[in-house]
Design a protein around this ligand. Structure first.
Ligand code: PLZ
Length: 466
């Protein structure tokens, strides 16, 4: 009954906020752990980098060989308030000493209710709201669909091209991309229909937002029928699908159509929520008020927590006992959430996100002016991406995206790829990252673009998140 011993965490000194490489990447200790991973962890779990983390603080991840890496990924948009954010650490420490778990469905506790109250207050719209908590984004999306079905007594769910909603059976059906998310894992849940998105860079025609909404609505009316439709689920800015920002007017027109047809409009803000886009929620940008909003990731500074928040009359449709789960709204995660939300406010992180957008877009536009392989620079706040194409065309170039990511990784910069075509390089820095780190990270990218990265041989282990 003894567990395999593992290295104790490094001593609790501050992590210097500077990129420093003391070995080639991956270093010897990481390579050793990659070998152990290969013989102990299921092969289906890919990793973006072959570098093992030992500590993380602010905008730096320290690996097991002592290398300091710049974090432009935030663990896929999770540590929005910075890694090991002091308020989050303190709140979790205090909670862990009180109790770790009782199960909210058995003996409830106050911190869950406090998170619900906070979400009801902060999410878009002034209407009466209720919240239910879960563990992962996918679990919350599944539950949003359950709630919408219970409320409408209808079955169908509409999602969009390039959508990503998770890896569980229902959310696999809702996710667009086959490889790596769905391939070989069917059959998928029925009554999920896909509508065309507004994708300004690839809508080569002059479809504006309202026109793209007309196209989607026409598709829905003809192929599904409004009276069969429980919910429309959409990411206000698509994440895994390629950081696609729909043209202005698209989301409001869809929300309006849903309202007029008794369809529950669900915003999947799992990736975009909690100041990531420079607004507390991406829906706020155009004043869109979803009926239900699904949050996760940035909600709790790295602890697993997700939520469905929405109109009281919709949220209360399921019967008592119809929603739940052993761990949903775990007290440690709830304590972390309150601390993370407090950090956003106290440290002015909305403003920080907008500054990060300005800095990144200015520099990326300069690179684009010089390099016609950067087809598009887009995103909002600290959710910014470049779409890479064959020079002078709009043909996706996933090899270039992979090569650039790999070059950045070798230089100690954590970046992720995404997109249906795998040709989007995305940046999701923690909002507390220093300007110096951000500039250093972008300089590494600029050098990689100028250098002949295409000759770098590809070995990057593939995962869903590049
Ligand atoms: N909805 C919009 O971005 C998770 C997935 C990484 P979970 N995105 C990262 C991977 O390869 O698995 C995500 C999202 C949006 C839902 C989810 C699902 O959230 O917490 O991963 O279940």
């Amino acid at each position: 009954m003894t567990a395999t011993p593992h290295a104790t965490p490094l001593p609790n000194t501050a992590v210097t906020q500077q990129r420093t490489l003391v070995t080639a990447l991956p270093g010897p200790r990481s390579r050793e752990l990659m070998d152990r991973k290969a013989s102990a962890v299921a092969g289906g779990v890919g990793t973006t980098m072959s570098v093992f983390a030992a500590r993380a603080e602010g905008g730096i991840v320290v690996d097991v060989d002592g290398n300091h890496l710049i974090d432009l990924g935030s663990g896929i948009a999770v540590t929005t308030v910075g890694a090991s954010a002091p308020r989050v650490v303190a709140a979790v420490q205090a909670q862990v000493e009180a109790f770790t778990h009782t199960c909210f469905m058995v003996t409830p506790y106050e911190v869950y209710v406090a998170v619900a109250e906070t979400l009801n207050r902060l999410t878009p719209g002034e209407h009466d709201k209720r919240t239910v908590l879960f563990n992962s984004g996918a679990e919350a999306i599944e539950n949003a669909v359950k709630i919408a079905r219970a409320h409408t007594r209808r079955d169908a769910v509409v999602v969009f091209d390039h959508a990503y909603h998770g890896r569980t059976n229902l959310t696999m059906a809702m996710t667009a991309k086959n490889m790596p998310y769905k391939h070989g894992f069917g059959p998928f849940a029925p009554e999920v229909y896909r509508a065309p998105l507004s994708y300004p860079y690839r809508d080569h025609t002059t479809l504006d937002g309202p026109e793209a909404a007309v196209r989607a609505i026409d598709h829905i009316e003809k192929q599904v029928g409004a009276t069969n439709l429980a919910a429309v689920v959409i990411e206000p800015i698509q994440g895994e699908g390629g950081f696609i920002v729909p043209a202005p007017g698209f989301l409001p027109a869809l929300a309006e159509w849903c309202r007029a047809n008794g369809v529950v409009f669900v915003a999947d803000e799992v990736q975009t929520g909690f100041a990531r886009t420079g607004d507390l929620f991406a829906c706020d940008h155009e004043g869109v008020v979803p009926d239900l909003i699904v949050t996760a990731k940035g909600i709790a500074g790295g602890l697993p927590l997700s939520a469905v928040t929405g109109r009281a009359e919709i949220m209360d449709a399921p019967h008592v006992g119809g929603l739940g789960g052993t761990y949903g709204g775990n007290p440690l995660a709830c304590a972390a959430a309150l601390a993370a939300i407090e950090t956003i406010e106290a440290e002015g992180l909305l403003e920080r996100a907008r500054n990060i957008e300005r800095l990144m877009k200015d520099r990326l536009h300069l690179l684009q002016a010089d390099d016609d392989r950067i087809g598009d620079v887009r995103g909002r706040g600290a959710m910014i991406a470049i779409e890479l194409v064959q020079a002078g065309t709009s043909e996706p170039d996933p090899e270039l995206a992979r090569a650039l990511a790999r070059a950045a990784h070798q230089q100690g910069v954590i970046v992720l790829t995404c997109g249906t075509y795998g040709n989007v390089l995305r940046f999701l820095p923690p909002l507390t990252i220093s300007e110096a780190l951000l500039v250093d990270g972008l300089d590494v990218l600029a050098k990689a673009l100028k250098g002949d990265v295409m000759t770098v041989h590809q070995h990057t282990a593939s995962s869903g998140s590049g």
